[in-house]
Design a protein around this ligand. Structure first.
Ligand code: FAQ
Length: 311
């Protein structure tokens, strides 16, 4: 990079401006964004599986229509995110190849099973809730296309979060069996949701540089704390208990204290050893193979159209 290019980039970041696809940017900035946006897009696509598991068994037509729409929204989010990453120079095909080869990650949260209907509600409340807490600051991220994609995604996620809350409230106020099912889902999803924010700040290798570049606006621990503070009163309204005996209000910090996260579990999942890692990747690979004919047909159609326009 010439000093003028680097200086121009640094000045834009310092002034809290937006970097656009055609602007010069350091290689590391580009790589970090491709890593994060691809991982984010993959999370949306793999994230369709745990809830998709319940589409055929939703308890009513209304719940089924809502769930279908939500899972479809997730596919849409994946596509916006892949498009944002493509502006940085990596094609969607390459990102998918890297996902299928296990060389790009997706969120740890989607490696847990959804054995009951209440899991769909718990995902809406906790997983979408954690996702919004993490993503609202990303609407101010320094890379323009990513920041803009986040605006729409956050609006949809906030709707998803509310439907999860409403569904949990219905279960919690239902029969004793339904209440127990909702509590069991919260017991299983609470800790994994806290892990979505990433490792603790002192153990987060990418944080310092991503913050300096205006990609991250708050640290992993700051956002995790914000999420805990939001969830505790909501759990009370729901009449459900968060499975943490250390959870209590700390008047000095003006935040809830909470217990210790099992980071061994998190690292095992990142290594591919979570309860559903193999199944999630195998299902994704199969879906990609099953869709080959659609890609071929679309390419053939586009080629014919181009030939017709050319003649
Ligand atoms: N899972 O140095 P840091 C959704 C990795 S929401 C897996 O702190 P960074 C919506 C990290 O990549 C979920 N890996 O990293 C939905 C890095 O490894 P690398 C998606 C994780 O990037 C709802 C290493 O650990 N949301 O899909 C996780 O500065 C319901 C060290 O970590 C996003 O992706 C994890 N939880 O901060 C869909 C949000 N945490 O890449 C369906 C955008 C960390 O160097 C249903 N991403 N790692 O090999 C971010 O904000 C950031 O990337 C963080 C991690 C905060 C996740």
């Amino acid at each position: 990079a010439s000093t003028t290019e680097q200086d121009g980039f640094d000045a834009l970041i310092a002034a809290d401006g937006r970097i656009e696809p055609r602007d010069w940017m350091p290689d590391g900035y580009r790589k970090t964004l491709i890593r994060q946006i691809a991982q984010h897009g993959h999370s949306e696509i793999i994230g369709m599986q745990p809830e998709g598991n319940w589409i055929t068994r939703a308890p009513s037509l209304r719940r089924k229509a809502i769930l279908l729409a939500k899972v479809q929204d997730e596919a849409g989010h994946g596509l916006y995110l892949y498009s944002a990453a493509e502006t940085l120079g990596m094609s969607r095909e390459e990102m998918l190849d890297l996902l299928h080869a296990g060389r790009q990650k997706y969120s740890s949260i989607f490696n847990y099973p959804t054995p009951t209907w209440a899991d769909v509600a718990a995902i809406g409340w906790l997983v979408d809730g954690a996702a919004i807490t993490n993503q609202v600051p990303l609407t101010r991220c320094s890379y323009g296309p990513y920041a803009r994609a986040m605006v729409r995604i956050c609006k949809e996620e906030s709707f998803h979060q509310r439907q999860g809350f409403e569904s949990l409230l219905a279960l919690s106020n239902g029969t004793p069996e339904q209440h127990a099912m909702a509590q069991d889902a919260i017991d299983r999803w609470w800790w994994p949701s806290l892990m979505m924010f990433g490792p603790p700040d002192e153990n987060s290798p990418n944080s310092a540089q991503s913050s300096a570049w205006g990609i991250k606006r708050f640290s992993n621990d700051e956002l995790r704390q914000r999420f805990v503070d939001i969830c505790v009163p909501q759990a009370e309204t729901l009449g459900l208990t968060l499975p943490d005996t250390d959870l209590r209000w700390n008047a000095e910090r003006n935040h809830y204290d909470f217990g210790v996260i099992d980071w061994t579990e998190f690292h095992e999942i990142l290594k591919g050893n979570g309860p559903c890692n193999r199944q999630r990747v195998a299902t994704r690979r199969q879906a990609h193979a099953d869709g080959a004919w659609v890609r071929e047909a679309a390419a053939e159609y586009a080629a014919k159209q181009a030939a017709r326009e050319g003649s």
